[in-house]
Design a protein around this ligand. Structure first.
Ligand code: GUN
Length: 287
């Protein structure tokens, strides 16, 4: 049987470390790190995510603040708010939840957050730093993926890694982090030929395609480590109930060395990494 990589437990450990860092900053006379979350419009899923992020801040002692703006907020007003937050010394992290309404230029908005406070790691300066291995703030989900991999493989030197999916938020940053860890990395996407054969050679598979149960058991080498970033709600035809599935056919992959479950794998790491990034940003700004 494959070991289950328990994302909830690893996220809890990270939260404890983050809380200890917050406590140490406060004990040294600094203000507690502060995160501001901006939510434009009333997208249901975004509201759930933002509520979770704000609640998680409380657990570790991060001060949080939420700006809820109506869906018809102008781009100019949003940029003015970000400008004000960029200059506010009490704000250490700024997160603008995406998707934004169609009349707003998302790339422009994400670029307007000062890189030092960009706790999502989406600003081109942070993207550039990641791709050149020169520090910066690393996007939350990729950072969490690497922590999960390192929990079972401390040293990736020379290993073959396959990243399925080339998104800016997950696939590309994960590929960069794996390269920095000295793995040999193949990034695949929807036009890739022979994906099963590519996967069969991999010591590590990171599945981030958003395609339910894409990766079959016979694509996976004996002893490989599988990180499943996908999460899709599907109707189970046998039970008639909805369930969450990842990008990997979990039950078929018991010959792997270790695998993340969905849910309870990558998901919990994302918020824990956001909190860790907020403390890192605060430390950077406090000098
Ligand atoms: N929407 C869905 N996931 C994310 C995320 O990680 N950051 C932001 N800003 N918006 C999101």
């Amino acid at each position: 049987m494959a070991d289950i990589i328990d994302g909830r437990a690893i996220a809890r450990q990270l939260d404890e470390k983050t809380k200890a860092e917050v406590d140490a900053l406060v004990a040294a006379g600094h203000p507690a790190p502060g995160l501001t979350v901006i939510l434009v419009g009333d997208d249901g899923a975004s509201q759930v995510y933002v509520r979770r992020k704000i609640k998680s801040c409380e657990k570790v002692g991060i001060r949080s603040n939420e700006h809820r703006l109506p869906a018809d907020t102008s781009q100019e007003d949003l940029l003015a708010l970000i400008d004000q937050l960029n200059r506010d010394p009490e704000v250490h992290g700024i997160l603008c939840q995406v998707p934004l309404p169609d009349h707003i230029d998302t790339r422009l908005v994400l670029r307007s957050i000062t890189p030092e406070k960009d706790v999502d790691g989406f600003h081109p300066v942070n993207v550039g730093r990641l791709s050149t291995g020169t520090g910066g703030i690393v996007p939350c989900t990729p950072l969490g993926v690497m922590m999960l991999i390192h929990s079972v493989i401390p040293d990736l030197t020379g290993m073959d890694a396959v990243v399925i999916g080339k998104s800016n938020i997950v696939g590309k940053p994960v590929a960069n982090l794996l390269l920095d860890a000295e793995a040999t990395v193949t990034v695949t996407h929807i036009y890739t030929h022979g994906l099963p054969a590519i996967c069969r050679k991999a010591d590590v598979i990171v599945a981030a395609a958003g395609a339910p149960e894409l990766v079959k058991g016979d694509w996976v080498k004996e002893g490989a480590v599988i990180i499943d970033v996908g999460i899709t709600r599907i109707m189970d035809e046998e039970t008639g109930k909805e369930r969450l599935v990842g990008d990997v056919a979990f039950d078929e992959c018991q010959h792997a060395k270790a695998i993340t479950p969905v849910p309870g794998g990558v998901g919990p790491m994302t918020i824990a990494c956001l909190l860790a990034n907020t403390v890192q940003a605060a430390k950077g700004l406090m000098g």
